[in-house]
Design a protein around this ligand. Structure first.
Ligand SMILES: *Cc1c(COP(=O)(O)O)cnc(C)c1O
Length: 390
């Protein structure tokens, strides 16, 4: 017996962890900082950590009340109906629910390239195909209605990532409204706002609810996660907010109890812990500005909790930084072999990352002197491997 033909599918390969790298290099984990997976440098919301400990003794029960309470708390937060909040096992789980709710075999989805790999993975799990629109490095990965619509061909789902991973670019609500209006009635526009808390932008929820002067739409969904600003990547909790016209499909696509008791209790505590989110956002803004100002090469403007950096040869630079104890994301697998992505850390972590990167760049410069033939970094030679990276 064999599984079905999975040759189109790619393995989910997460950013490298400290333990893994330390073991491989035969070094002590305490020597490393990890700025590779856009995790929260302040850890989880302290209130969520307490809630997780307090919930320990009741995990023998299925999560029912906690699930309903969290959906209500999130709904209240966004002023939508509880049914419009589709809680899931991480933002990735919410992507799966949207795939389940919309895709028929051979339907296509349209995704950004470079971009977040799980959109395509999820579509393939649901027997769909993946098409891409290009975000051009030369245009600083600008996201416009034109970029997306010129590639659109009746796809069932169009994914927009705002702020975009790995570039940090955003798309204006007006452009999203235009895309939703110009695409077919049964095309769903999913706006992935995994990094929404770090951006000085309104949520695309305004388009679902008809706020800020927009008409209410039934073909836009918004994705959010507790993994980034709330520091709960390890508990796996995220959600989609969907139009109330089809919100009741949740009952038919939800894996029973996929958002665990621990996750729901942690989420309930975290959503009220404004102080932790505010502190996280403040640190992020400082780190972002510091990196843009002090890194000795081009750093793209970013609205996320990370920056994309132009280094010519990402694998060499990422490896050299890792040798010196700073783990960053080599973006070769995103189709950007000339770029690394650095997560915003605490002040100390950020300073160390900048110092290390500048030293590595300087050493490479010296090595390369007289050798004008440095590798190009065009994003045209995309690799076949997609790496789903958070
Ligand atoms: C991190 C991330 C998500 C969601 O991650 P989860 O940990 O599954 O919640 C979704 N989209 C993008 C672009 C991300 O970077």
């Amino acid at each position: 017996m064999q599984p079905r033909d999975l040759s189109d599918h790619v393995a989910y390969e997460a950013g490298r962890g400290i333990e893994e790298v330390a073991r491989q290099l035969g070094r002590d984990p305490s020597e490393f900082v990890k700025l590779a997976s856009n995790e929260n440098p302040h850890g989880p919301s302290p209130a969520a950590a307490v809630a997780i400990r307090e919930t320990a003794s009741s995990v023998s029960s299925y999560p029912k009340a906690a699930h309903a309470d969290l959906a209500a708390a999130i709904a209240n937060r966004w002023a939508v109906d509880d049914e419009q909040v589709w809680l899931a096992n991480g933002g990735d789980g919410a992507i799966d629910y949207l795939s389940r709710a919309t895709l028929e075999p051979d339907d296509t989805i349209l995704v950004p390239s470079p971009g977040f790999a799980y959109y395509g993975m999820s579509a393939r799990f649901h027997h769909g195909d993946v098409r891409e629109y290009a975000l051009e490095r030369e245009d600083d990965f600008a996201q416009t209605a034109e970029t997306v619509l010129s590639a659109y061909d009746g796809d069932r789902i169009v994914y927009l990532t705002s702020p975009h991973n790995p570039s940090g670019s955003t798309i204006a609500l007006e452009a999203i409204a235009e895309i939703a209006a110009e695409t077919d009635d049964d095309t769903l526009v999913v706006v992935d706002e995994a990094y929404g808390e770090f951006a000085d932008r309104d949520s695309a929820l305004a388009l679902i609810e008809g706020r800020n002067g927009f008409d209410a739409r039934d073909d836009v969904a918004v994705l959010r996660t507790f993994s980034k600003a709330y520091g709960l990547a390890g508990v796996r909790l995220g959600y989609a907010v969907v139009p109330d016209e089809w919100a009741d499909a949740y009952a038919r696509v939800n894996t029973p109890f996929a958002a665990s008791e621990l996750a729901c209790r942690a989420g309930l505590a975290a959503i009220d812990d404004d102080e932790h989110v505010e502190r996280t956002v403040e640190t992020t803004l400082e780190s972002r500005a510091y990196m843009r100002e002090h890194i000795d090469t081009h750093v793209w403007e970013s609205e996320g909790n990370f920056v994309l950096v132009d280094v010519d040869d990402a694998s060499t630079v990422a490896e050299a930084m890792q040798e010196r104890g700073v783990i960053v994301r080599d973006c070769t697998s995103f189709g950007l072999p000339g770029c690394i992505r650095i997560t915003c850390g605490t002040d100390d972590e950020t300073e160390r990352a900048v110092e290390t990167l500048n030293a590595v760049l300087e050493d490479l410069e010296i090595e390369c002197e007289g050798d004008g033939d440095r590798e190009g970094d065009g994003n045209e030679d995309e690799t076949e491997t997609e790496v789903a990276d958070t």
